[in-house]
Design a protein around this ligand. Structure first.
Ligand code: C2O
Ligand code: CU
Ligand code: CU
Length: 524
């Protein structure tokens, strides 16, 4: 279906689901409020700054949430039942992060996107057993950005994130503070953590590691935003800043506004762009963040929707058409934020690039085991036909849910980097410190999507498949997507050391790929 047609269909749906109950029913405001109260409000994670002693306390603990009907889902959260607070630090600040593990399994806590030494990074070597604490200093010295934190337990990151362990880590700095950007938390500065989940019949998180999951990644059938299903956010009337984190295990989203209004991308993973990038659709892969401004000066409600993406299995219902994720109602007091025409100074890429110093090839050794059954079930033919067929959907869902769980050995050898599955004992390579390095990221014969993430740095994408990156990926990044046999070149620098005890990781951020061996570790 063509984009405009989708929009027409969608705006009808939006009117019914989200929008103008006033106009439709002709009833008064009290009725509207009653109707709205049937839908959850967007939960806004509490901001958490270092206390007077400079400490940030994070407590991973079990919880319970009602995502589906009135069934209780057992969860994990950080300082709460699901997800975590929005930790806020300033450039130049030194804080102590104190992580208590009160969940009944070993975790770690990794600061995704933070440029810190390996010893503070919270990777798979820095385990926190149940009942124990881990404390580390975080010396923040990088531009304002929306980062995040999550466990990095090998090989159980996928399960722990599914349960709810993840939170935002926001860096502020003077340069961004001088810009007139919307910055009132929860008023015109709105965090959106997008995740997909699937539930078992008794309401628990589905998290089976079979070949379907290990190859295709986690396939949810429910979209959550900040842990709520299709919530609504009442915001200031004016420019709204959305800090979007794709915190899903595997799913990419093509985000758009239901009424076709523009998305002005102002920031990527590691900070502000040079100037805003106006888009109608924004593709965001797992681990990526984008900060987006939308013009809500008209005070009219709209949905942030996701449109179907390229991966066949990710087009199962309800992701087979435009799916509304969250309603934004810019109905409050007038906002004061603005869309600046220029944002940050980004250093130009050097004319003379350094020689290639590292290759990272993402490998799938079992892609046939994960793809063939889908083909046999008719998934590829169905997607090609453009029509959702309930019989095919049922067969594919049956594979997702019932394909047998892998033994640990099968799981850990299903994927790799540079021909080898991850081994926590083996150092894969060493990178030079404080030097511009050129790395090449590619994939084996599987042609699948791999959003590749590297610790200890923010890098720049030099090229993807021989072309310059899209404007919204031309700034600071810590995730570089590759797909369809493509190649991405990056320019990267590691200012801090990482030794053999606490090396940095380079891995695919599809957590099922990471947990099945698509990860390498390196020293600096
Ligand atoms: Cu967000 Cu190595 O991870
Ligand atoms: Cu990371
Ligand atoms: Cu991957």
């Amino acid at each position: 279906m063509h984009w405009e047609e989708m929009m027409v269909q969608l705006s009808r749906r939006t009117v019914l689901l989200a929008g103008a109950a006033w106009a439709v029913t002709g009833l008064g405001p009290s009725n509207v409020l009653a109707q709205d109260s049937a839908r959850p409000s967007l939960p806004i994670p509490a901001e958490l700054r270092a206390d007077a002693g400079g400490t940030i306390r994070l407590d991973a603990r079990p919880g319970s949430m009602r995502f589906v009907g009135d069934r209780a889902t057992a969860t994990y959260g950080i300082n709460g039942p699901y997800l975590g607070p929005a930790v806020r630090v300033r450039r130049g600040e030194k804080v102590v992060a104190q992580v208590s593990n009160n969940v009944p399994e070993t975790i770690t806590m990794h600061w995704h996107g933070l440029i810190i030494p390996g010893a503070a990074d919270g990777g798979p070597h820095q385990v926190i057993p149940p009942g124990k604490q881990w404390q580390t200093e975080l010396a923040v010295d990088q531009p304002a950005a929306t980062l995040w934190f999550h466990p990095h337990s090998y090989p159980a990151t996928a399960q722990e994130v599914i349960r709810g362990l993840a939170g935002l880590l926001i860096i502020d700095d003077e340069e961004s503070g001088r810009l007139p950007l919307p910055s009132r938390w929860g008023v015109d500065d709105i965090p959106l953590i997008i995740q997909d989940r699937r539930f078992t019949p008794d309401g628990q998180f589905f998290d089976r590691m079979n070949y379907i999951a290990v190859v295709n990644g986690y396939v949810g059938d429910t979209a959550l935003v900040n842990g709520a299903r299709y919530p609504q956010a009442r915001t200031a009337r004016g420019w709204i800043r959305l800090r979007i984190l794709n915190g899903s295990n595997a799913r990419s989203y093509t985000l758009a506004a239901s009424d076709g209004r523009s998305l002005y991308v102002i920031g990527s993973d590691g900070g502000l762009l040079a100037s805003p990038v106006e888009l109608k659709q924004l593709l965001i892969h797992v681990g990526e963040r984008f900060e987006v401004l939308v013009d809500g000066r008209d005070g009219r409600a709209f949905d942030v929707v996701t449109l179907p993406v390229a991966q066949d299995i990710m087009r199962l219902p309800p992701f087979d058409g435009p799916l509304p994720l969250v309603t934004i109602r810019p109905e409050g007091a007038d906002g004061t934020g603005q869309l600046p025409s220029s944002l940050a100074v980004l250093p130009a890429l050097p004319q003379q690039l350094p020689p290639m110093s590292q290759e990272l090839v993402m490998n799938m050794f079992r892609d046939q085991q994960g793809m063939m059954p889908l083909k046999t079930a008719g998934l590829m033919a169905m997607v090609k036909s453009g029509k959702t067929d309930p019989a095919v959907v049922a067969r594919v869902v049956n594979l997702i849910v019932n394909d047998p769980v892998l033994s640990q050995t099968e799981q850990l050898s299903a994927s790799g980097v540079n021909g080898k599955p991850f081994s926590i004992e083996r150092m894969d390579f060493a990178a030079a410190r404080s030097q511009d390095l050129r790395w090449r990221i590619s994939e084996g014969t599987d042609l699948m999507l791999h959003p590749v993430h590297i610790h200890g740095c923010q890098f720049r994408i030099i090229s993807r498949d021989g072309k310059p990156p899209e404007a919204e990926r031309a700034g600071w990044k810590d995730v570089a997507p590759i797909s369809a046999g493509g190649v991405t070149e990056i320019l990267v620098r590691f200012p801090h050391p990482a030794n053999r005890d606490t090396p940095y990781m380079a891995h695919c951020h599809i957590l099922e790929h990471e947990d099945s061996g698509m990860m390498a570790q390196f020293t600096v």
